[in-house]
Design a protein around this ligand. Structure first.
Ligand code: HXC
Length: 257
């Protein structure tokens, strides 16, 4: 499939999605959202694909929601169109998604990175929620996900001042998993994705679902949820295979069941 705003490549079991609106620093417009949702739906349904990487350009992962597209919208258009609600569908992807961020990840760009399962940052990455400078607020979950990721003090300061965080601060604060030299970012993200792609797909989904539950549930309920999913995996062929392979000192052959 050809997309206007994305480049999609399959690297064996890994889907690599490159945001591709260089003229607007990958600003997220309606067309990009709709193309990205199409890719993620296909990815989730494709038994051969096991991990996805979303990246941008060396200059910008994404410089935000498309300001030119939103500028003239009024309350009724925003409210009745339930603007940005489509991004919730992105977060319903059940397979893992890594954000590989170089350059600017601002506003909706930072929010998209945070909707992914974890962020690998180039040393050039810069994160921010500068909506305050436009007279608005984050609108794609940024106030919530940033507060969860870095705590109230930094989230509040960033939202109120619009300042950016560099990669070092982002790693120190827990926003990103690791920093990688910019030149190696995509290759390292693909290597990490290939590692995940080599795991039992059912266990990958279960791990993603239960870590995400930590943000939606209290501790006791979350621990119970984890335990029940863990119990459930003992009904899978891949649990039998994974444990047998360990005992027999060989590599497992996953069957996706
Ligand atoms: C539309 C954008 C854009 C955006 C950049 N561009 N960001 N277009 N929406 N979010 C366009 C510019 O208009 C310009 O187009 C081209 O991309 C290159 O950008 P420059 O500004 O010339 O580049 P530079 O000087 O290098 O500055 C980079 C930058 C700056 C610091 C990232 O572009 C910037 O501040 N962008 C806006 C960041 C922002 O406020 N994001 C939050 C958006 S709101 P032309 O045609 O002039 O060459 C949001 C939350 C939505 O995301 C929820 C609230 C409603």
């Amino acid at each position: 499939t050809d997309y206007n705003t994305l480049i999609v490549e399959r690297r064996e079991a890994v889907t690599l999605v490159t945001l591709n609106r260089p003229q607007a620093l990958n600003a997220l417009n309606a067309e990009l959202l709709s193309e990205l949702l199409d890719v993620m739906r296909g990815y989730d349904a494709d038994l051969e694909q096991r991990c996805a990487v979303i990246t941008g350009s060396p200059k910008a992962f994404a410089a935000g929601a498309d300001i030119k597209e939103m500028q003239e919208m009024d309350f009724a258009a925003m409210y009745c169109g339930n603007h940005f609600t489509g991004w919730d569908d992105f977060t319903r992807t059940r397979k893992p998604i890594i954000a590989a961020v170089a350059g600017y990840a601002l506003g909706g760009g930072c929010e998209l990175a945070m909707m992914c399962d974890f962020i690998l940052a180039a040393d050039t990455a810069r994160f921010g929620q500068p909506e305050i400078k436009l007279g608005v607020t984050p609108g794609m979950g940024g106030s919530q996900r940033l507060a969860h990721a870095v705590g109230k003090a930094k989230a509040m300061e960033m939202c109120l001042t619009g300042r950016m965080m560099d990669a070092e601060e982002a790693e120190r604060s827990g926003l990103v998993a690791r920093i990688v030299p910019a030149a190696d970012l995509v290759e390292e993200a693909l290597r990490t994705a290939a590692t995940i792609a080599g795991m039992a797909p059912i266990a990958v989904k279960a791990n993603k679902e239960m870590v995400n539950a930590a943000f939606d549930m209290g501790l006791a309920q979350g621990v119970q949820f984890e335990r029940r999913l863990f119990h459930g995996l003992f009904g899978s062929a891949d649990q039998k295979e994974g444990m047998a392979a360990f005992v027999e000192k060989r590599s497992p052959n996953w069957t996706n069941r």
